[in-house]
Design a protein around this ligand. Structure first.
Ligand code: AAM
Length: 328
């Protein structure tokens, strides 16, 4: 099994109060580069910060890294539009950072990103891929492409209280800037990304398509951003079952909507509860309070952990937090 982490950015994350995937909007552009380093090395190396929410909740990369230290799987990080340097080894598919979706064409080369990602994934030697994401503002761009496709638009948030009205206003402005109406790009997924999305979506879509063509099994590791990718793939005509693995934090927040979306998109759904409520650790308490919830393939990584190894993973998460300078 190989974990692929497409890591990228969208300037949409700079909208005030839209994301907690970084302590401040200015620091958020470093989050994907730092997440890549945490996954690769266990701590930031060149990135100037450990990504934490404004309340100090550590990035889900710390959880995924803890699972990796216990379960040992291969990782490849795909540069899906990083805005800042990373010292993590990355696969270069020539992807630029995404612009603000309130511009007319935030991802002008979505179609060629898709092609390059598909070619890369189809050449991999693995039997199974788990594909995650890190892109602050990603739930807003997910809402935007779902709206453009005419799909029911329910998305999660890295904030405990989802700023959904704020996101809807951004999406309305994005539709206007792209001269679109809701549902106007039904059946045109790459155009939806080009005019309303982010470069990570084009990358994940290409990776999944290339892998499935090469008979490699794929799990989409994430929450509602992966629902948006599944919708994009269905609008591209992809048939056959898809599979999503996410955390109980997303599932609890979304309620019935998550299962309904998976049913509609013919997606198998795996939800993993890491049992953070049974520990007294400040990071785990933050997750239980609804912060972060998912990201950096956290749900997919946790789904690999057998019940008897979960305590070891939680112990390891405490060690990783310690290494990251997060007090308990
Ligand atoms: C990724 N890195 C993160 C993080 N994510 N570091 C700290 N907290 C997170 N939540 P939103 O749309 O609210 O920004 O949420 C999506 C982001 O949150 C993604 O980057 C996802 O991977 C996660």
């Amino acid at each position: 099994m190989r974990l692929l982490l497409p890591a990228g950015t969208t300037e949409t994350a700079l909208v005030d109060g839209i994301s907690a995937a970084g302590a401040t909007p200015e620091l958020m552009k470093h989050t994907p580069s730092a997440d890549a380093e945490i996954l690769a090395y266990g701590q930031p190396v060149a990135a100037p910060v450990t990504p934490v929410s404004p309340n100090g909740c550590p990035t889900p990369a710390a959880v995924t890294r803890a699972v990796r230290e216990v379960c040992e799987f291969d990782v490849s990080i795909v540069d899906a539009g990083l805005a800042e340097p990373t010292a993590a080894p990355t696969v270069d598919l020539g992807v630029d950072p995404g612009a603000d979706i309130r511009e007319s064409t935030p991802v002008p080369d979505a179609a060629s990103i898709f092609d390059r990602a598909a070619t890369y994934a189809s050449s991999l030697p693995d039997d199974d891929l788990v594909i995650g994401e890190t892109v602050p503002g990603g739930t807003t761009t997910a809402l935007a492409v779902l709206t453009a496709l005419g799909e029911p638009a329910a998305v999660s948030s890295s904030l405990p209280a989802n700023p959904i009205e704020r996101k809807r206003r951004v999406v309305d402005e994005a539709l206007e800037a792209s001269d679109l109406r809701s549902g106007g790009l039904d059946g045109q997924p790459l155009e939806a990304i080009e005019r309303m999305g982010d470069p990570v979506q084009a990358t994940v879509m290409g990776l999944v398509t290339g892998a499935l063509e090469a008979d490699i099994d794929v799990t989409l590791a994430g929450g509602t951003q992966m629902i948006a990718v599944a919708a994009l793939l269905r609008h591209a005509g992809l048939e056959g079952p898809l599979s999503i693995a996410t955390t109980s934090f997303v599932a609890d927040e979304q309620g019935d909507r998550l299962g309904e979306a998976c049913y509609r998109l013919n997606c198998e759904l795996t939800v993993t509860d890491p049992g953070f409520d049974e520990r007294e650790h400040v990071s785990m308490e933050r997750y239980c309070a609804g912060e972060a919830k998912e990201g950096v393939a956290m749900g997919g990584a946790l789904s690999l952990v057998s019940e008897d190894r979960l305590p070891t993973v939680l112990d390891r998460f405490e060690v990783v937090c310690d290494r990251l300078g997060i007090d308990d």
